[in-house]
Design a binder for this molecule. Structure first.
Ligand code: ADP
Ligand code: MG
Length: 293
């Protein structure tokens, strides 16, 4: 078994948009080298148009790189002799959950929707039923198997879409802004599922997001800027580079920004403030200290 489930070397991708008046080349990714360990929980950040979705589509083999190499579980998927069947096998290993839940649900009943992938794999009926039940249970939707997907909330729809991916038993799930269209409750539900899948099921999770608070919860954060990897480290390392993040049109998590602003204003605050809990503790300690002086 390979330690690295994904390995990209000097990856580049350029879109060619052609019409009658000629073709336009749009470079979307340049020189991306990125390795993802099996079982890692990685967040990818970057402003709009920085190339995040292009990278996700390259990893899922929806797109083929213009230059560079991609290895999935040690296999060179960019090799010339890679066949359609091989591509299908890779798509089973690397599932994708997209932004709009409505575009991902195809059936009129929840359980049929979740069964869609395993049915395409040609699995026996009993195995399909087992996978549908266990996948719905994993996302906390076991009571909804006979419900109509279009009547569910955004968060519930997204959970059904995730169940459909889990039912394929992937090694990696890439969430491409999968919480962007959800209300705060739906977002929390989906993030909790990501974390459960990572910790309890050992699935490698890649969360492409523009919510800093979500990224702060990952093991590692990669920032993409104008098609290149700009930062790569633990959330603490990445979010300490506040000026750099600002220069790329990003912010640090709100708690982090708040504590930095207070420090800049002369407050002597010690401690971390990456997560909401840390920020509350840091501010509490600061206020308690002020009171005793
Ligand atoms: P992100 O997901 O970070 O917002 P994308 O990967 O979607 O970024 O886009 C990267 C760049 O590629 C942008 O400049 C975008 O306009 C361009 N792009 C994305 N999809 C296409 C496409 N189908 N045809 C042409 N250009 C595209
Ligand atoms: Mg995108």
């Amino acid at each position: 078994m390979n330690d690295y489930i994904i390995k990209c070397e000097n990856l580049g991708f350029t879109y060619s948009d052609g019409d009658d008046s000629g073709s336009v080349e749009i470079p979307a990714l340049r020189n991306v080298s990125l390795s993802v360990k099996r079982g890692e929980y990685l967040a990818i950040l970057g402003h709009n148009g920085s190339g995040k979705s292009t990278l996700a589509k390259l990893l899922n083999m929806i797109l083929t790189p213009t230059v560079g190499k991609i290895y999935i579980d040690g296999v060179d998927v960019t090799a010339d002799d890679f066949t359609e069947d091989d591509v299908f096998a890779i798509r089973r290993k690397i599932g994708m959950v997209f932004q709009n839940p409505d575009n991902q649900l195809v059936a009129t009943v929840v359980e049929e929707d979740v069964a869609f992938g395993p049915e395409n794999l040609g699995l026996p009926r009993e195995e399909i039923r087992r996978r549908v039940n266990s996948s719905l249970a994993l996302v906390g939707m076991q009571g909804y198997s006979r419900h109509a997907p279009h009547k569910l909330s955004g968060g519930q729809k997204q959970r059904v879409a995730i169940a459909g991916i889990i039912a394929m038993k992937p090694d990696v799930i890439i969430f491409d802004e999968s919480t962007a269209m959800l209300d705060p409750l739906g977002r929390r539900e989906v993030v909790e599922i990501m974390e459960r899948l990572n910790r309890e099921e050992g699935i490698t999770v890649i969360n492409i997001t523009h919510y800093m608070e979500e990224a702060a919860r990952a093991d590692r954060v990669v920032v993409i800027n104008d098609g290149e990897i700009a930062l790569d480290g633990t959330p603490r390392e990445v979010f300490s580079k506040v000026a750099r993040l600002h220069s790329m049109g990003l912010e640090a998590p709100q708690g982090n920004e708040l504590v930095l602003l207070l420090r800049a204003a002369g407050c002597k605050i010690d401690g971390d403030s990456l997560t909401e809990e840390e920020c509350v503790e840091t501010l509490y300690n600061f206020i308690s200290k002020e009171k005793t002086i």
